[in-house]
Ligand binder design. Structure first.
Ligand code: SAH
Length: 375
């Protein structure tokens, strides 16, 4: 029997239909066969589907006016059919010497979402949103405070990557490769609560052009609060993406509070499902753990976490808690953090402390709230 959660959680499917307005269909919502069908049904030449797809995925061109091999008279009609504008850039903020860039987008229904582009010496990573808002209600996360507005469409997810791959290709991230290589589903939303669209987006991002963007599956990370049935389904997809589990506490008593969905799927069950995922895919599981002062950072919790993870194909990512408006919590002091790391490593668990990229622009983990007014 399943116990009902005490905190009302919102899964994408529970939203009242009238409030949700999905965007027009875009080529990134479909495979190549589907794109051809849209054109031929509209009386257009089917071969244009591959041409437009090549522009979009191969050359990162989103503006039909730049498609000089398509007759000028056809460009508007074709782009209405397959490349409607999905993301309207509202604002871009940069920090860390331009190596972290947060983009705020307005969607067709006025919803606001954010993505963060991060340049490193060896790679460029984009952190993308899968939902407008989030229904998981984690009390330390800014996105969780506003609730869920709606699921993003597959193309709205993919378009964040294609747009920002174009920004990276323009050479603005000095000292980083120009080719965007890594995608993390760690922006707004719970990716596994928008399961079908997220999986379709992963397929689009990893299929070779013109079908898709041609990224490596291994360079994609899907992060979850621990929606067990969806984690199981993901293991069946034959995708070698990295799974990140936002654990934040090794014991149910505290995790029930920090990650309310734990009231439905407990720590033991979430971890068992994660180990099963790693057995099936050969991928190491990333365990996310925000370090919150005097809340989850005690030595005994480090030891308990170490016992749960020892001998598993897992890596712990400790995230110093990023400040969010109105939150009563702050980050653990550095000595406490160091002791936590030491204990995990002593238990044989690989552990790193994540950098706090993007903090000044509220672009760090848990700070994405997509309000237009501030800054
Ligand atoms: N809903 C998914 C995807 C979001 S990922 C998930 O929770 O996994 C965003 C990551 O940042 C999650 O691990 C989340 O728990 C973490 N996070 C949220 N708020 C944070 C904060 N204030 N400081 C540090 N990390 C935070």
């Amino acid at each position: 029997m399943t116990t009902l959660p005490l905190v009302p959680l919102t899964f994408g499917d529970d939203l009242p239909a009238r409030r949700v307005s999905m965007p027009p269909t875009h080529l990134a919502d479909m495979d190549l066969t589907g794109r051809r069908a849209v054109l031929t049904e509209a009386g257009e030449a089917g071969f244009r589907a591959a041409q437009l797809s090549h522009h979009y995925f191969g050359r990162l061109v989103r503006d039909p006016a730049s498609m000089t091999d398509v007759p000028a008279g056809d460009r508007v009609k074709l782009s209405e059919l397959l490349m409607p504008r999905l993301l309207d850039p509202v604002r871009e903020l940069a920090c860390d010497d331009g190596m972290t860039r947060k983009s705020l987008w307005r969607l067709h229904d006025g919803s606001l979402v954010e993505s963060v582009l991060m340049g490193y010496p060896d790679r460029v990573t984009v952190c993308i949103s899968s939902q407008a808002g989030c229904g998981m209600a984690c009390p330390f996360c800014a996105t969780g405070q506003a609730g869920l507005t709606r699921n993003l469409s597959t193309a709205e997810i993919v378009d964040q990557v294609v747009y920002l791959a174009g920004v990276a290709a323009s050479g603005v991230m000095q000292g980083s490769p120009r080719r965007l290589s890594h995608v993390v589903f760690m922006g707004m939303g719970e990716p596994l609560a928008n399961y079908a669209r997220v999986v379709a987006a992963v397929r689009r991002l990893t299929s070779p052009a013109p079908e898709g963007l041609g990224l490596s599956q291994r360079h994609i990370t899907v992060s979850t609060v621990g929606l067990v049935p969806a984690m199981r389904k993901l293991a069946d997809e034959d995708l070698a993406v990295t799974l990140a589990v936002s654990l934040h506490a090794p014991d149910d008593e505290l995790r029930d509070e920090l990650v309310p969905v734990n009231q439905r799927w407990k720590v033991a069950e979430v971890l068992e499902t994660a180990w099963d995922y790693s057995r099936r895919t050969g991928r190491r599981i990333s365990i996310e753990y925000a370090m919150i002062r005097d809340v989850n950072d005690q030595p005994w919790r480090a030891d308990l976490l170490g016992r749960l993870l020892a001998g598993r194909l897992a890596h712990v990512n400790l995230i110093p808690l990023n400040p969010t408006p109105g939150s009563r919590w702050d980050a653990s002091p550095k000595p406490v953090e160091r002791e936590f790391v030491r204990r995990l490593r002593a238990a044989g668990v690989q552990t790193t402390v994540r950098d706090t990229r993007g903090r000044e622009i509220d672009g760090a983990c848990g700070q994405l709230a997509a309000s237009e007014g501030e800054a």
